[in-house]
Design a protein around this ligand. Structure first.
Ligand code: R5P
Length: 296
């Protein structure tokens, strides 16, 4: 094991050329990705903070299947003020080109599957060309995977094709585990859906938190997991959700409605950041939320 710094080793090498000094190694900081390619790791490092190893992704891709849902009627008014506070923006190409300033230089999780909307059966989807992700400089391509639904095979194929193209171009694939009326959000189902995503090529997985057994969902998934926030909750409950998920091993959140539908969205995303990046308590998060909300 090398205990001295390389500089010290170099100084002590006989001729200063480094002969005999072990080459410096850079173990990768995210779970399960040691053997992935350079481009994938470079992009993952843009999404996940190098110090905490975690991420706060802001999800506002809901319009692709919900239309102008509450809080997303005018993305320029509600989402733009939040962008600077997120580590990564999860959106469609339509929203990206319309409202995300390119000079913001934020990593983008590009919604890369689309199809049926809430008016019909969800998850009957196709995928975007990987060239579009390259053109938009996406940091990852997010694809819905509906294990257990009638579109299971199609959505797994969408993931496989996306991961193939992601491998080719060095772009990570985010497997998004779908939920539907017929799918139960328990640890058994979420473990299976997350694992199916990882085994089929997802670089990381987005799933839902479950109160019982979430540790096991994380434990049995070989790559990082981030959680979706789900439907709007009272702020304290949403912060508890983030806290519990991080405490049980999640590598971050990909949260939408619990931020942009909050009474004070900037205060809320800052409170979530404190919990995710600083291992902050729910109480501290709530204090941050109330303080910023009251100042505003
Ligand atoms: C759903 O349509 C999208 O994939 C969202 O990105 C995802 O559900 C996360 O947003 P929320 O926290 O609102 O559930």
């Amino acid at each position: 094991m090398v205990t001295e710094s390389n500089e010290a080793n170099l100084a002590s090498s006989s001729d200063g050329t480094g002969i005999g000094v072990p080459v410096k190694r850079h173990p990768y900081y995210l779970k399960g990705l040691d053997h992935f390619d350079w481009g994938i790791k470079d992009r993952m490092s843009r999404i996940f903070d190098r110090t905490s190893g975690k991420t706060v992704m802001l999800a506002f891709d809901h319009g692709y299947l919900m239309g102008p849902t509450s809080g997303l009627e005018r993305l320029d008014l509600t989402i733009e003020p939040l962008m600077e506070h997120a580590d990564c923006l999860m959106c469609t190409r339509g929203a990206l080109r319309s409202v995300v300033p390119p000079h913001l230089n934020k990593p983008i999780s590009l919604r890369s599957s689309a199809g049926t909307t809430i008016l019909t059966d969800l998850n009957n989807e196709c995928i975007l060309d990987a060239e579009e992700a390259i053109r938009l400089n996406a940091s990852c391509m997010a694809v819905m995977v509906a294990v257990g639904s009638k579109f299971e095979a199609l959505t797994v194929e969408n993931l496989v094709r996306t991961a193939d193209r992601g491998s080719k171009y060095g772009i990570p694939t985010l497997g998004v585990t779908a939920v539907g009326k017929e799918l139960v959000r328990d640890s058994r189902y979420l473990s299976m859906a997350s694992r199916v995503c990882a085994e089929n090529g997802a670089t990381f997985v987005k799933t839902y938190y479950c109160e019982t057994g979430f540790e096991s969902v994380v434990n049995t998934c070989p790559v990082p997991i981030v959680i979706a926030g789900g439907k709007k909750l009272p702020e304290k409950e949403a912060l508890e959700l983030a806290y519990n998920a991080i405490n049980d091993g999640a590598a971050g959140v990909d949260m939408g409605r619990n931020i942009f539908q909050s009474d004070a969205p900037v205060a809320m995303i800052k409170a979530v950041r404190h919990i995710v990046h600083n291992n902050g308590s729910v109480k501290d998060g709530l204090d941050i939320y109330n303080t910023i909300k009251n100042e505003a």
